[in-house]
Write a protein that binds this ligand. Sequence first.
Ligand code: PHE
Length: 344
Amino acid sequence: MENELLNIKNNAVSLILDAKEKSELEEIKLQFLGRSGNLTSLIKGISKLPEEKRKEIGMLANEVKQTIEEAIDRQAVSLSKQTTTARREKIDITNPSIHPPLGHRHLITQAIEEITEIFEKIGFNRVRYPEVEWDWYVFEALNFPKNHPARDDWETFFIDEKEHPKYGSMVLAPHTSGGQIREMERIKPPIRMLNIAKAYRRQSDASHTAMFHQFETLFIAENVSISYLKGVLDYFTRSFFGEKREARIRPYHFEFTEPSFEVDVTCGVCMGKGCKLCKEGWLEMGGAGMVHPDVLKAGGIDPKKYSGFASGWGVERVLMMREGLNIDDLRLIYSNNLDFLEQF
Ligand code: PHE
C-alpha cells in the first residue's frame, strides 16, 4: 500500500505540472481526490488494515493528499500568471515600431568612395596593390638607388623577412606610388590608374598616424604634358572641394617624377585670404609630377614613345581640407568616439 500511495503521488504531480489549462487541473483533482478517485478509494481501504499499520499508512495518505492539493494550487497560480503576461504581450500591429540604431560607413570610407566616383567619371580605374610590398616597387624601381638618403623621408617599416634577390626587403608600403610600377606591369598604355590604399610610416603624433590613406593617379599615353596634370587637378578640386576652391602647383622634388610639384588648394575657411588654419591661404594636398623616364623603363614602357603624370594625395588630408576641420588630434578619426564619428 505504501508503494501504491507513492505511485499515486508521483503520477498526480507529473500530470499537474504538465497541465496547460485550469480545466485539466479540475479533472486531475477529480481523478485523484474525487469521491471515487484513486486516492480516495485507497484511503477507504485503510480501515481494513491491521491495527499497527493503520496509523503509519494513514499519515502517509494524508501527506500525499496534501502534496497533490498544494501542487494543484501552485499550478493554478502559475497558469493564471502566464495568461496575463500573454495577454500583455499580444502584439498591436498598429503601434509605431521601435527603430534600431542605424550606423553609417566610416568617414574615410565615404571619402574613398567619393574620390573613386570623381575619377571614374574621367576614365580612371580603381585598383589595389599589396600593402606588404617589396622595396623594389616602392623605392628601387621608383628611382631611389639603394642607400639613397631620400629613402629616409618615407620613414619605412621593414618586415623581418629574408631579402628577395631581385625585389630586396619586404616593407609596409610607405606610399601608394609602388602601384605605378605594378600597373605598368599589368597593362600597356593608355593607363588611367587610381590606386587608393593604406600607407604606413613610422610616425605617430597629433597630426600623423602610422597608418593613413593615399590616392594615387597614374596617366600614361602618347604626348602627355603637364597641362594634363593641371587639368585633372583642377577637375578634382572643383568636384571634391566645390567651384570656389582653386588649385596650384609649385616646384618640388621627388625621385620618381621630373619635373615634380607640390599641389596646394585654397583654404576652405578663408578662401585663400590667409587665416589661422592655413596661414598663407593655401593648404598642401600632396605631391605630383611627370613620370620619370627611368620609372617608365623600370615598368617596361618606352619613354621615347610614352609620357605620363602621377599624383599622390592623402585621403585624410583632403577630407579635413574640405570640411575646414582643424582636428587637434588626427588619431580621433580612428578612435571609437561616437560623438565624433556620428557627425559624418
Ligand atoms: N608618393 C609621394 C608621397 O608619398 C607623392 C607623389 C606621388 C609624388 C606621385 C609624385 C608623384 O609623398
